[in-house]
Design a protein around this ligand. Sequence first.
Ligand code: AMP
Length: 114
Amino acid sequence: MSEKTIFKRIIDHEIPADIVYEDDRVIAFRDNNPQAPTHVLVIPKKEIASLDALTDEDQALLGHLWLAIRRIAGDLGLTGGYRVTVNCGPDAGQSVDHLHFHLLAGRKMSWPPG
Ligand code: AMP
Protein backbone atom coordinates (compact mmCIF):
# COMPACT_ATOMS: atom_id res chain seq x y z
CA MET A 1 0.00 0.00 0.00
CA SER A 2 1.33 3.47 -0.84
CA GLU A 3 2.21 5.83 1.99
CA LYS A 4 -0.42 8.32 3.21
CA THR A 5 0.02 11.92 2.09
CA ILE A 6 0.46 14.58 4.75
CA PHE A 7 -3.09 15.76 3.99
CA LYS A 8 -4.54 12.27 4.46
CA ARG A 9 -2.86 12.23 7.87
CA ILE A 10 -4.58 15.55 8.68
CA ILE A 11 -7.94 14.15 7.47
CA ASP A 12 -7.41 11.16 9.78
CA HIS A 13 -6.48 13.52 12.65
CA GLU A 14 -3.13 11.79 13.02
CA ILE A 15 -1.18 15.04 12.93
CA PRO A 16 -2.26 18.45 14.22
CA ALA A 17 -3.65 21.15 11.97
CA ASP A 18 -5.39 24.47 12.56
CA ILE A 19 -8.78 23.32 11.26
CA VAL A 20 -11.22 26.10 10.36
CA TYR A 21 -13.99 23.95 8.84
CA GLU A 22 -14.91 20.27 8.62
CA ASP A 23 -17.88 18.24 7.41
CA ASP A 24 -18.36 14.71 6.11
CA ARG A 25 -16.70 15.43 2.72
CA VAL A 26 -14.41 18.41 3.24
CA ILE A 27 -11.80 19.64 5.68
CA ALA A 28 -10.12 23.07 5.70
CA PHE A 29 -7.08 24.11 7.70
CA ARG A 30 -4.57 26.95 7.78
CA ASP A 31 -1.48 26.54 5.58
CA ASN A 32 1.61 26.20 7.76
CA ASN A 33 3.64 28.36 5.34
CA PRO A 34 1.12 31.13 4.67
CA GLN A 35 1.47 33.26 1.54
CA ALA A 36 -1.09 35.84 2.70
CA PRO A 37 -2.54 36.97 6.05
CA THR A 38 -5.29 34.39 5.48
CA HIS A 39 -4.16 31.20 3.75
CA VAL A 40 -6.44 28.20 4.15
CA LEU A 41 -6.30 24.88 2.31
CA VAL A 42 -9.69 23.40 1.46
CA ILE A 43 -9.51 19.72 0.55
CA PRO A 44 -11.84 16.81 -0.15
CA LYS A 45 -11.65 13.94 2.31
CA LYS A 46 -11.74 11.61 -0.69
CA GLU A 47 -8.22 10.82 -1.85
CA ILE A 48 -7.89 12.52 -5.25
CA ALA A 49 -4.29 13.12 -6.33
CA SER A 50 -4.84 16.32 -8.33
CA LEU A 51 -7.25 18.27 -10.49
CA ASP A 52 -6.19 15.98 -13.33
CA ALA A 53 -7.39 12.92 -11.43
CA LEU A 54 -11.00 14.13 -11.15
CA THR A 55 -13.70 12.02 -12.80
CA ASP A 56 -17.37 12.57 -13.64
CA GLU A 57 -18.18 10.87 -10.34
CA ASP A 58 -16.68 13.86 -8.50
CA GLN A 59 -19.10 16.42 -9.92
CA ALA A 60 -21.25 16.73 -6.80
CA LEU A 61 -18.19 16.74 -4.55
CA LEU A 62 -16.72 19.64 -6.52
CA GLY A 63 -19.89 21.68 -6.12
CA HIS A 64 -19.78 20.93 -2.41
CA LEU A 65 -16.13 22.05 -2.22
CA TRP A 66 -16.87 25.40 -3.87
CA LEU A 67 -19.82 26.02 -1.60
CA ALA A 68 -17.63 25.14 1.40
CA ILE A 69 -15.06 27.68 0.18
CA ARG A 70 -17.73 30.38 -0.03
CA ARG A 71 -18.96 29.48 3.44
CA ILE A 72 -15.44 29.54 4.92
CA ALA A 73 -14.76 32.92 3.27
CA GLY A 74 -17.93 34.21 4.93
CA ASP A 75 -17.08 32.67 8.31
CA LEU A 76 -13.59 34.21 8.18
CA GLY A 77 -15.03 37.61 7.22
CA LEU A 78 -13.10 37.96 3.97
CA THR A 79 -15.12 40.96 2.87
CA GLY A 80 -12.23 42.55 0.98
CA GLY A 81 -12.12 39.68 -1.49
CA TYR A 82 -10.10 36.53 -1.86
CA ARG A 83 -8.36 34.31 -4.38
CA VAL A 84 -8.76 30.55 -4.84
CA THR A 85 -5.88 28.73 -6.51
CA VAL A 86 -5.27 25.11 -7.47
CA ASN A 87 -1.78 24.06 -8.45
CA CYS A 88 -1.89 21.03 -10.73
CA GLY A 89 1.31 19.19 -11.60
CA PRO A 90 4.99 20.09 -11.41
CA ASP A 91 4.97 23.23 -13.59
CA ALA A 92 2.30 24.75 -11.35
CA GLY A 93 4.29 23.82 -8.24
CA GLN A 94 1.98 21.16 -6.79
CA SER A 95 3.87 19.65 -3.87
CA VAL A 96 1.26 17.46 -2.15
CA ASP A 97 -0.49 14.75 -4.17
CA HIS A 98 -3.94 15.38 -2.73
CA LEU A 99 -6.28 17.86 -4.44
CA HIS A 100 -6.33 21.15 -2.51
CA PHE A 101 -7.74 24.63 -3.03
CA HIS A 102 -5.68 27.52 -1.66
CA LEU A 103 -7.94 30.23 -0.22
CA LEU A 104 -5.87 33.41 0.02
CA ALA A 105 -6.89 36.79 1.40
CA GLY A 106 -5.88 39.78 3.48
CA ARG A 107 -3.62 41.56 1.02
CA LYS A 108 -3.74 42.92 -2.53
CA MET A 109 -3.03 40.13 -5.01
CA SER A 110 -0.99 40.73 -8.14
CA TRP A 111 -1.84 39.49 -11.61
CA PRO A 112 -0.51 37.58 -13.47
CA PRO A 113 0.41 35.18 -10.65
CA GLY A 114 4.07 34.26 -10.33
P1 AMP B 1 0.97 23.05 -3.29
O1 AMP B 1 2.37 23.59 -3.39
O2 AMP B 1 -0.04 23.73 -4.16
O3 AMP B 1 0.95 21.55 -3.46
O4 AMP B 1 0.48 23.37 -1.82
C1 AMP B 1 0.78 22.59 -0.72
C2 AMP B 1 0.64 23.46 0.48
O5 AMP B 1 0.54 22.65 1.62
C3 AMP B 1 1.80 24.43 0.71
O6 AMP B 1 1.32 25.76 0.69
C4 AMP B 1 2.34 24.02 2.08
O7 AMP B 1 2.75 25.12 2.83
C5 AMP B 1 1.12 23.33 2.70
N1 AMP B 1 1.40 22.34 3.73
C6 AMP B 1 2.24 21.28 3.66
N2 AMP B 1 2.20 20.56 4.79
C7 AMP B 1 1.30 21.18 5.61
C8 AMP B 1 0.82 20.93 6.93
N3 AMP B 1 1.25 19.88 7.64
N4 AMP B 1 -0.09 21.78 7.46
C9 AMP B 1 -0.54 22.85 6.74
N5 AMP B 1 -0.12 23.13 5.49
C10 AMP B 1 0.79 22.31 4.93
